[in-house]
Design a protein around this ligand. Structure first.
Ligand code: PRP
Ligand code: URA
Length: 208
């Protein structure tokens, strides 16, 4: 399995709170935003820097600023929306695309319904965000959609993954790095991650 687990103590603590069945919609949203920001901090730690000269009130100094490819953040609707604000608070210059994919509840196969990406998607480092990677069907379909529009440099950031989903994305898209806070035990018969956190979209938007 090719996956990077982000095990920062703050993320792991907040993940435990968000899993809790007693955590209501308001707190769930707040925690998801915070975790998304912390995960974005971790996955951007190797962004390239270049030197520049800055004039402080006291003296000139050589400083470092980001260089290289600009970022694009692409949430998978709906649940990925819950992570957008946390990521763009940290990376305000990122452009935001949207991909609409839902999982058919009977077949568990992804159904695509929307795609709007930055026009310069081929020039950007794309980070797909979705709290849940279960069978991996939705994430693999989203990656297909981005690649079909020219995207080449793609990362996938999810909160909780199932081993089945990681293996599926690894097999279909070996070039895409997956970042997650946890690889859980397995999927249940309904395709839910065990122990997981339930239906992320419903918990974010209060629809169940
Ligand atoms: C959830 C989740 C992922 C998908 C993961 O979305 O946010 O997109 O399921 O499952 P998979 O890995 O088996 O494809 P869902 O289909 O429930 O849609 P929603 O966010 O619109 O509720
Ligand atoms: N989608 C969710 O929201 N939760 C799961 O456990 C699996 C898919």
């Amino acid at each position: 399995m090719q996956v990077r687990i982000i095990d920062h103590p703050l993320i792991q603590h907040k993940l435990s709170l968000i899993r809790d069945i007693r955590t209501g919609t308001k707190e769930f949203r707040e925690l998801l935003e915070e975790i998304a920001m912390l995960m974005a901090y971790e996955i951007t730690r190797n962004l390239p820097l270049e030197e520049t000269v800055i004039e402080t009130p006291v003296a000139q100094c050589r400083c470092k600023v980001l260089c290289g490819k600009k970022l694009g953040v692409v949430p998978i609707l709906r649940a990925g929306l819950g992570m957008v604000s946390g990521v763009i608070r940290l990376i305000p210059a990122a452009k935001v695309g949207h991909i609409g994919v839902y999982r058919d509840p009977m077949t568990l196969k992804p159904v695509e319904y929307y795609c709007k990406l930055p026009t310069d998607v081929a020039e950007r480092e794309i980070v797909i965000i979705d709290p849940m990677l279960a069978t991996g069907g939705s994430a693999a379909a989203a990656i297909d959609m981005i690649k079909a529009r020219g995207g080449r440099s793609i990362k996938l950031m999810c909160l909780v993954a199932a081993p089945e989903g990681v293996l599926h994305v690894n097999a279909r898209h070996p070039d895409v790095e997956i970042y997650t806070a946890s690889v859980d035990e397995r999927l249940n018969d309904h395709g839910y991650i065990v122990p997981g956190l339930g239906d992320a979209g419903d918990r974010i938007f209060g629809t169940k």
